[in-house]
Design a protein around this ligand. Structure first.
Ligand code: TYM
Length: 332
């Protein structure tokens, strides 16, 4: 059975893009794969996080993942900082990766903005840790949204260079799994900008914890254009906001853009937005309720994460120990 690894940052409330681009696929892949899912708190601190809030958000993210349908018994769910192997391998990869490779990362450029002198060095080497997350388990498939593609290409470069430098065939190639019609959910305010937990505008995203009224208001206010919806997919070209809303509807109904346009093509946005609102509320409300229920019992939640960490460490420790031997570290 193919082993999958993926992670999500606990740096804010998960939004619809996280769900449709990643977590929903994580849940589905549990049927056919051995899955390891991780709340990546080490990645979160590459930008400042209030310590109390970080601990709370790590639990909240774990609870949300469980509420979405991650099965912590058949698979593994844990917090990244509780498994040492990630950091041990990340350091080795930081010595394998080249400055030039990291300099090309568009996400670093976006996050660092103009003030490069003042961002943490962690933000720069972020993709090395991501490569270590995956390769510490010899995972070969990684379900992510479209925005993580470049990081996974870099992880493959790192794996290949390690194998080449040490004359081994140790780390496998990684296959990105970028699945479904909503692999890149866009902001509700700007169809050319990714929906993000960290966007300052609340109106730009739907949070998995939003109540029905909030969801309805955000969708009603979502930016659109004055044309009715097109009859065919090509009609979405040059209409990023329309494409985005149709993609969200398609993902939530397990269809594609064409099927949604067969139903709504030719109609104005009013009726479509109403149908979309009902659908989003129907899908998200149970997740929010279950998340709240799980957070009411932090001891059980911590127990699940502790058990996940123990099982994750049991897989990753021998793999990373072997890599350390290949590098020439004493194993006393
Ligand atoms: P993060 O926390 O930003 O996002 C978690 C997952 O959600 C996807 N995603 C989206 N998909 C579609 N549309 C959007 N607007 C959208 N926004 C976010 C992301 O692609 C991601 O799959 N670096 C990663 C976390 C990570 C990781 C890993 C992932 C750390 N180690 C190892 C895979 C493997 C991140 O910051 O995701």
């Amino acid at each position: 059975m193919q082993r999958i690894f993926s992670g999500i940052q606990p740096s804010g409330i998960p939004q619809l893009g996280n769900y449709l681009g990643a977590v929903r696929n994580w849940v589905a892949l549990q049927k056919s794969h051995e899955c390891i899912y991780c709340v990546v708190d080490l990645h979160a601190i590459t930008v400042w996080q209030d310590p109390k809030l970080l601990a709370q958000q790590t639990r909240e993210m774990a609870a949300t993942l469980l509420a979405c349908g991650i099965d912590p018994k058949a698979h593994i769910l844990f917090a990244q900082s509780t498994v040492q192997a990630h950091l041990r391998l990340a350091w080795i990869f930081t010595c394998v990766a080249r400055m030039g490779w990291l300099n090309r990362m568009t996400q670093f450029k976006d996050k660092a903005g103009k003030d490069r002198e003042n961002v943490s060095t962690g933000l720069f080497v972020y993709p090395n840790l991501m490569a270590a997350d995956i390769l510490a388990y010899h995972a070969t498939a990684v379900p992510v949204g479209d925005d993580q593609k470049q990081h996974l290409e870099l992880a493959n470069d790192i794996a290949q260079k390690f194998n080449h430098d040490y004359g081994v065939d140790y780390f496998p190639a990684i296959q990105p799994l970028i699945l479904g019609p909503a692999a890149r959910v866009m902001s509700l305010r700007d169809g050319n900008k990714k929906m993000s937990k960290s966007d300052p505008s609340e109106q730009s995203r739907i949070n998995l914890t939003d109540d029905a009224d909030t969801i309805a208001l955000k969708i009603r206010r979502a930016k659109t254009d004055p044309q009715p919806l097109p009859e065919a997919v090509q009609g979405l070209d040059g209409r990023p906001e329309a494409r985005n809303l149709v993609g969200i509807y398609a993902a939530l109904t397990d269809t594609d853009h064409a099927a949604v346009l067969r139903e709504f093509g030719g109609q104005g946005f009013g009726a479509f937005k109403e149908a979309l609102t009902a659908l989003v509320i129907e899908k998200l409300t149970p997740i929010a309720a279950e998340t709240t229920r799980l957070l009411d019992d932090p001891a059980t939640l911590d127990g699940i994460l502790r058990d996940g960490a123990r099982r994750a460490e049991a897989i990753a420790d021998p793999i990373v120990t072997e890599a350390e031997r290949m590098v020439g570290f004493l194993k006393l």
